[in-house]
Design a protein around this ligand. Structure first.
Ligand code: NAD
Ligand code: ZN
Length: 340
């Protein structure tokens, strides 16, 4: 089968012919239809320090996908050939304390699809049945293909109650833009989304931000005055991984404000801990999606009218993956989809 492979420990990816994946008794085999390019895939393409430390070569990359089941293992009874599915990209151990307690998103031994085990940028991918989510057959397939990052946005945005709250989202990347739409859908009063990239701020505006802020030219304080926000933001969603963005969030939260942190800082970052202590902030780290409460919530929100279609800005054939990665790296895109 055709697959996009990290073949050599250097910049790039290679479209190759590789053997079909093995299908174990507890696995399903999926014919991949579309895939989304994630920031993680870009790190692997660019072969940065993180990728060099993390990715065993060769590796079929990719984890955001939608496709149809074409084969099931002998233990699999509740998935059928033809089901439209995506995969949860974290394969958990099932045996650690958190897994046994049903808190699988907190597993101590998570393996990443397309990171630590063979991925989904391929004609076929095999996954344990415990990692398969069956879609409403009427769902838009492009949206279904990005359920993994939509899940990051939903997991983060729904970490704290949002009805009537003023929400600050730092970072208008694809996930920050989707979180903007989710926060509006979930009943926030104001959603203020920041970035340093005008193209992405325009996308956040299109996806429902009350106000977008280019922090290079505008102050958050000024925007708070404009909106007559007297005490600061109630909820902060950090989606940039940028230290300045995080610091400015801590400075503009209300007393007792709640912060969910999804963005991954490239290196250690110092903060003013007095802001956390004296403003009595509550900071929560987010990794991945809750299995499977997040998947349930995003499914019913999309069925109920949550519209994230605008985040999908580019579509390419998988053979033209170089254009897809180039578009992602340009910063002038939302989600980029490859058709298999
Ligand atoms: P992205 O890199 O496309 O978006 C980040 C955005 O932050 C960019 O648009 C960038 O211009 C913006 N930014 C940079 N400096 C800023 C500043 N000072 N203020 C405001 N914005 C600034 O990433 P994404 O795919 O949307 O993902 C968002 C973040 O979440 C990334 O850090 C990513 O690594 C991380 N992530 C975490 C998980 C997890 O499970 N914790 C999963 C997926 C992604
Ligand atoms: Zn576990």
């Amino acid at each position: 089968m055709k697959a996009l492979v990290k073949r050599h420990p250097q910049v790039g990816l290679w479209m190759e012919d590789v053997p079909m994946p093995d299908v174990g008794v507890n696995d399903v085999l999926i014919r991949v239809d579309r895939t989304g390019i994630c920031g993680t895939d870009v790190h692997i393409y660019s072969w940065d320090e993180w990728a060099q430390k993390t990715i065993p070569v060769p590796m079929v990359v990719g984890h955001e996908f939608v496709g149809e089941i074409v084969e099931v293992g002998s233990n699999v009874i509740d998935f059928r050939i033809g089901d439209l599915v995506s995969g949860e990209g974290h394969v958990v151990c099932g045996r650690c304390r958190n897994c046994l307690a049903g808190r699988r998103h907190l597993c101590a031994h998570t393996m990443g699809v397309g990171v630590n085990r063979q991925g989904a940028f391929a004609e076929y991918v095999a996954l344990p049945m415990t990692n398969v989510w069956v879609h409403d057959p009427n769902i838009d397939r492009d949206v279904a293909s990005v359920f993994d990052p939509l899940g990051n946005a939903v997991h983060t945005a729904l970490s704290f109650p949002l009805i009537g709250e003023d929400v600050l989202i730092t970072g208008a990347g694809p996930i920050g833009c989707m979180a903007t739409a989710v926060a509006q859908y979930a009943g926030a009063r104001y959603v203020v989304t920041t970035d340093v990239n005008p193209w992405r701020l325009a996308l956040a505006k299109k996806m429902g931000a009350t106000r977008v802020v280019d922090v290079r030219t505008e102050s958050l304080r000024g925007v708070m005055d404009e909106l007559d926000m007297k005490e600061g933001f109630d909820v902060g969603l950090e989606m940039s991984g940028n230290a300045d963005a995080f610091r400015s969030m801590l400075e503009t939260m209300c007393h007792g404000g709640k912060v969910a942190m999804l963005g991954i800082p490239a290196k250690g970052m110092a903060i003013d801990w007095n802001l956390v202590v004296f403003n009595m902030l509550n900071i929560k780290g987010i990794y991945g999606r809750e299995m499977y409460e997040t998947w349930y919530k995003m499914t019913v929100m999309v069925q109920g009218g949550l519209d994230v279609n605008s985040v999908i800005t580019h579509r390419y054939d998988c053979d033209d993956f170089e254009s897809g990665f180039k578009t992602m790296m340009s910063g002038e895109s939302g989600k980029v989809i490859l058709k298999w």
